[in-house]
Design a protein around this ligand. Structure first.
Ligand code: NAI
Ligand code: MG
Length: 398
């Protein structure tokens, strides 16, 4: 019997393609696991009116650890139109299965490492002194609070009377918006709880300590968004003082951080932020290390559920190419995050080294690494296919 059971959630489009490649690499590297496949995504919305069936939730509840490809989401009207005719008009409403997973298991901690590989032609470069070109080595790990903030969905257009009255009770609201007709008001709330804020900060500091990062940077805006960003900054100072005195705590504002992104990205280590600013910062840093073909992530709950997935979506445009051209590295890196989490250090190291070798050698590159636009012809023009890139990585394993 295999040592572990991993829930494989292929999802839609290229999600299924890259997941298959990650499993190939894991197997070739000697990871002893059985994969149980879970249903998720558009197909199940269309056939069953539910892109995240109960049986899939049960599977993850049982086995705890999942590798996830990506799913397709579409606007409500399109979603309704694509439902199986037998389900139409029965009140089914589409909602994203990723958000569903996050909410059901309270996957409140999102981790997105952005580490540059030597030799990646997509690495960020900048002008140094004189006319020199510098390529900073980036090693930033973003901790993004995953369930609260502006993305919690607590929002209104034309808010109901009790909400409006509550808003009116705030002097700043009265002063600045008191004369705006209520029907012309749209309000989205930014909610932080002490518990979740503490959890993301604690996770960030623990990670910094475990992996030897010297700094934790809180990337918010506490000078302006005083209550929510202010809470995170205040709690960060307490945690640092009480539990992690050897780690330096830094504070950047999200806007300034986006400017410094290209100026001195190598100066940051662990970065922690609320949901929205974490989303922004992690996409920003991912851009410096090669973009969606390289951006991996993990999501964790407080009770042992962990989901590992690339940041990219299902890229439907590329899903039906006869030979798949997308870069499997983001998914393979996500699988590596899983290995690290499971304590499979040896296999983790061997896969990461193999990926690094292939990139450094530069003989096998997917279309994105060759700055081509994504068309089937890229293969004839020298780009590696998804499978060829995976083969190259497997060939380097030792
Ligand atoms: P996307 O990430 O699927 O693709 C955007 C573009 O990025 C692609 O057209 C391609 O040029 C490039 N790209 C993505 N993955 C790549 C890879 N592995 N290698 C090389 N290039 C890659 O985002 P898009 O087009 O905005 O969304 C497509 C669908 O995916 C939508 O239905 C969206 O809702 C869904 N989505 C799902 C996510 C998830 O499952 N976590 C995340 C983002 C979008
Ligand atoms: Mg994003």
């Amino acid at each position: 019997m295999a040592k572990r059971t991993i829930v494989a959630l292929p999802g839609d489009g290229i999600g299924a393609i890259v997941l298959e490649q990650a499993v190939r690499v894991l197997t070739a590297a000697g990871f002893d696991a059985e994969y149980v496949y879970g249903d998720i995504g558009w197909e199940f919305w269309r056939k069953e009116g539910d892109p995240l069936p109960e049986r899939t939730l049960k599977l993850l509840e049982k086995h705890k650890t999942a590798l996830f490809g990506a799913i397709t989401s579409k606007p409500n009207e399109e979603a309704k139109a694509e439902l199986d005719p037998s389900l139409q008009g029965k009140g089914y409403v589409y909602s994203s299965p990723i958000v569903g997973l996050r909410q059901y298991f309270n996957l409140d901690i999102c981790v997105r490492p952005c580490k540059s590989y030597k030799g990646n032609p997509l690495n960020f470069i900048r002008r140094g002194r004189g006319n020199t070109i510098e390529e900073p080595q980036i090693d930033v790990v973003i901790f993004r609070q995953n369930t609260e903030c502006l993305y919690s969905g607590v929002e209104w257009t034309n808010p109901p009377e009790n909400v409006y009255q509550a808003l009116l009770s705030h002097p700043k609201f009265r002063e600045n918006f008191g004369k705006v007709p209520v029907s012309e008001l749209s309000v989205s709330t930014r909610i932080f709880t002490r518990k979740a804020t503490n959890r993301i900060l604690q996770a960030a500091f623990e990670y910094a300590k475990k992996y030897g990062y010297k700094t934790v940077t809180v990337c918010e805006k506490p000078n302006v968004v005083r209550e929510t960003s202010g809470l995170m900054w205040k709690l960060a100072k307490e945690i640092q003082k009480n539990s992690f005195p050897d780690i330096k705590l830094l504070n950047t504002n999200i806007d300034a951080q986006m400017m410094w992104l290209t100026k001195n990205p190598e100066d940051y280590g662990v970065l922690v932020a609320g949901n929205m600013f974490g989303d922004i910062a992690s996409d920003g840093f991912a851009g410096l290390i090669g973009g969606l073909g390289f951006a991996c992530s993990a999501q964790f709950s407080s009770d042992g559920i962990a989901v590992f997935e690339p940041t990219h979506g299902s890229a439907p445009k590329y899903a039906d190419f006869r030979v798949s051209i997308v870069n499997p590295i983001a998914m393979i890196e996500s699988a590596c995050m899983m290995l690290d989490y499971l304590g499979e250090k040896k296999i983790y190291n061997s896969i990461r080294k193999a990926v690094a070798d292939v990139i450094l050698e530069g003989r096998v590159r997917t279309y994105d690494m060759m700055k081509m636009s994504g068309k089937p012809e890229v293969i004839d023009n020298g780009a590696a296919s998804t499978v060829q890139m995976t083969d190259a990585i497997i060939a380097k394993l030792r």
